[in-house]
Structures are given as structure tokens and as C-alpha cells.
Design a protein around this ligand. Structure first.
Ligand SMILES: Cc1cc2nc3c(=O)[nH]c(=O)nc-3n(C[C@H](O)[C@H](O)[C@H](O)COP(=O)(O)O)c2cc1C
Length: 368
């Protein structure tokens, strides 16, 4: 079924405007036949944040912003889905065009600016699916953000956590989108301390209704190492359950071929982000000292890049741009490469690989 979808869709989608192609892909996924999800090899199972993941490959935030197709994504083989970023109120985002493909580089620049159907619509969808599949065990995280014109941005995160606690397997507090002016200032130690204390309080208030919903913090790959010291320190102080490293970059690596597109404003993702985001992941891993697990994202498009993220410190990984260039089949390919690597090393789980290269990576020269 995936093969057929691929055959029909990939060259055709790549000929369209990137945002039209995305909208069409969501429509196609809405008509993927319902059916049980194929079981994963037991070696791929991961336990993190108190949740049991059938495999460590997740679809990163931004693909299914409005929770239109989480079950189709799980049926395609993802081990978990992160919907969002959701903002409390409906918001249109920046004017189009606002997604650009850098074809030679296998990268994307986006400046969507949190286009969101808003909390009420997304909540209704997730609540309906929870009623339909009450014991599915599916892991659906909700990535939350603030409206651009919010008077109290932190209050937006708090409100979303209270509202979504019953339907979210975990929350991602997204303070790293480059496309909402000032949002990334929440990564500064003082603001982050305030944010996390209010967010953790909100989670505790929801605890009796919803149980202990894990909270992950998603950071930018563009932080300085002293900013990262502060962030990991504050995250540990507030006992967040994990961190996602990371979001898109506002930097433009010298290696980019498509210089004209590279001049577009926005966050760069995909292959050109791989080295920087993997370095930041390793830097975060050595600072976290095992206090919480990490999710690695940025430029994963193969088994080799997924394994490199795991060795740099990721317990779980996420991808988005790799799907655009490699198609849906990349998920099955990565899983079979992971199983092959485990078999070669006579390992029965990925856990012993996590972070094995982190110290060595932090000693390399900084990615240009
Ligand atoms: C078109 C697009 C939209 C995105 N929207 C979001 C978003 O709403 N929230 C978020 O946290 N990250 C968003 N991201 C970032 C991804 O979740 C991911 O962190 C980043 O793209 C790196 O992974 P990749 O190289 O596999 O794409 C978006 C990425 C792209 C390409």
C-alpha cells in the first residue's frame, strides 16, 4: 500500500508548490485504508518517559499540525506521532509562499509562523479518535506554542497543557520556532525558569484527571554552549521528562548549493541541518548526564543517520524533511537498518548504543 502511494505521489508532489504538495499528502493520508498497524520487531521497542514505544522513529512536529492524520502515520510505521505546533487560538501564519525546497541540498526552509486551526479544533479531533480507539496504546504527543499576539505567552502554554492533558501521550513545549518573533527568547534562563515552573504546575493540576503526562522541551540548534548549559540546568531543576534537539536552524551552512533559496528567511531543515543538530544533541547529552532521555531530530533520512543520532545521545528520533525527499518508504527502511545493526552487534535493544559517540562528537571541530 505504501509502495503504491509512493509510486503515485512522489514525483508528482515534487512538481507542485511545496505547501500544495503538503496539503495533498495530508488529503491522501486521510483516505489510507483503515486497518491494524503491522507489529514491529521486539528489538526496536523503547521505553522512555514512562511510555512504551513500539519503535523509536517519530514523525516530527509540523507535518500534522492539526491532528488530521495521526492514525494513518502510525499505520505507515512510525512509532509515535507529534501533532502541532498547536496554538490556543486559530492563526493563519505568515503569507505564502512560506515553504521552499532546496532540492540539491535535500533541505527545506519554512517560515510558516505557526499556522494552526487552534486548540478547540485539534482537541475535538484527538478526543474523537481517543473515543474510537480507547485502548490503542498509540503514542500521540502534542506540541504546544503561543499565539503570535499573545499578551502573556506563558499563559498560552499553560492553557494548552490543561486543555490537552487527557488526550496527549506527552507534551512538547516548543520555544524554538524561528518564525514567531521573540518566541526563542523563552530559551533564556530567567524566562525558561518562569515558563517551566508554570508549565509543570499546570501538568500537576491536570494530574488527577489525566495521570502523569510527560513534558519535553524542544530547543533550537542555534544556541551557544553557555546558553545550552543554562537550559539543561533549568530543565533538570524543573525535572522535565526529556528534550528534543532540535528545531530548524536560522544558520545557513557554507555547503549549501542553492544559494538563492538559502537567502529566504526562515528555518532550515533536512540534510544540511544534520551535522549541527547532531552536534547539539551530543552537547545536550553530555550535559544531561542521564537525567532525562533525548529525542534527536534534524536531517534523518536513512538508517545510518538515525543510528548516528542514537549514538550521539538520542533515545528516540524524529524526522520530517527526509520524508519529502525519500518518501514514506524511508520509515520501513530505517527500521530494517536498525534491526540489521542490532543483529550485527548481537544486541537485543538500542539502549546500549545511546550516547556511545557523544563524548567523541563534542571533541570534533564545530560544524561549518
Ligand atoms: C514545513 C515544516 C514545518 C514545521 N513546523 C514545525 C512546528 O510547527 N513545530 C515544531 O516544533 N517544529 C516544526 N518543524 C520542525 C521539525 O519538527 C523538525 O524539528 C525539523 O524540521 C528538523 O527535522 P528534519 O530535518 O527531519 O525536518 C517544521 C519543519 C518543517 C520542514
Amino acid at each position: 500500500m505504501i509502495g503504491l502511494l509512493e509510486l503515485l505521489s512522489r514525483p508528482f508532489l515534487r512538481a507542485l508548490d511545496p505547501e500544495d504538495a503538503h496539503n495533498l499528502a495530508i488529503k491522501a493520508l486521510q483516505v489510507v485504508p483503515q486497518g491494524p498497524r503491522a507489529a514491529d520487531q521486539p528489538q526496536l521497542a523503547v521505553r522512555a518517559f514512562g511510555l512504551n514505544f513500539p519503535n523509536p522513529i517519530g514523525i516530527a512536529a509540523g507535518f500534522d499540525k492539526n491532528a488530521a492524520v495521526p492514525d494513518a502515520l502510525l499505520r505507515i510505521g512510525f512509532g509515535f506521532v507529534e501533532v502541532g505546533t498547536v496554538t490556543p487560538r486559530t492563526q493563519a501564519g505568515n503569507p505564502r509562499p512560506r515553504i521552499f525546497r532546496l532540492g540539491h541540498d535535500e533541505g527545506v526552509i519554512n517560515r510558516l509562523g505557526f499556522n494552526s486551526e487552534g486548540g478547540a479544533v485539534v482537541l475535538a479531533r484527538l478526543a474523537a479518535r481517543a473515543r474510537e480507539h480507547p485502548d490503542s496504546g498509540a503514542i500521540i504527543g502534542v506540541n504546544v506554542g503561543a499565539n503570535r499576539d499573545a499578551v502573556d505567552r506563558i499563559e498560552d502554554y499553560v492553557r494548552l497543557i490543561e486543555t490537552f492533558a487527557l488526550v496527549a501521550s506527552y507534551f512538547t513545549v516548543n520555544i524554538s520556532s524561528p518564525n514567531t518573533p521573540g518566541l526563542r527568547d523563552l530559551q533564556q534562563a530567567k524566562s525558561l525558569d518562569d515558563l517551566l515552573s508554570r508549565v509543570v504546575d499546570a501538568r500537576e493540576r491536570a494530574h488527577r484527571r489525566a495521570g502523569p503526562v510527560p513534558i519535553l522541551l524542544k530547543i533550537a540548534p542555534d544556541l551557544s554552549l553557555s546558553e545550552l548549559d543554562d537550559i539543561v540546568g533549568v530543565a533538570r531543576k524543573h525535572r522535565v521528562d526529556g528534550m528534543i534537539v532540535g528545531n530548524t536552524t536560522i544558520s545557513r551552512p557554507q555547503s549549501l548549493h542553492d544559494r538563492a533559496r538559502a537567502a529566504e528567511a526562515g528555518g532550515l531543515s533536512g540534510r544540511p541541518l544534520f551535522r549541527l543538530s547532531t552536534r547539539m544533541l551530543a552537547e545536550t547529552y553530555v550535559r544531561a548526564e542521564g537525567a532525562f532521555p533525548l529525542v534527536g531530530a534534524g536531517g534523518i533520512d536513512s538508517g545510518a543517520t538515525a543510528i548516528a543520532k542514537i549514538k550521539a545521545g538520542a533515545t528516540l528520533v524524529q524526522l520530517y524533511t527526509g520524508l519529502i525527499y525519500r518518501g514514506l518508504g524511508v520509515v520501513a527502511q530505517i527500521k530494517s537498518d536498525l534491526v540489521a545493526a542490532l543483529n550485527r552487534g548481537h544486541r537485543d535493544s538500542l539502549a546500549s548504543m545511546v550516547g556511545s559517540d557523544a563524548a567523541a562528537i563534542t571533541a570534533e571541530s564545530w560544524p561549518a
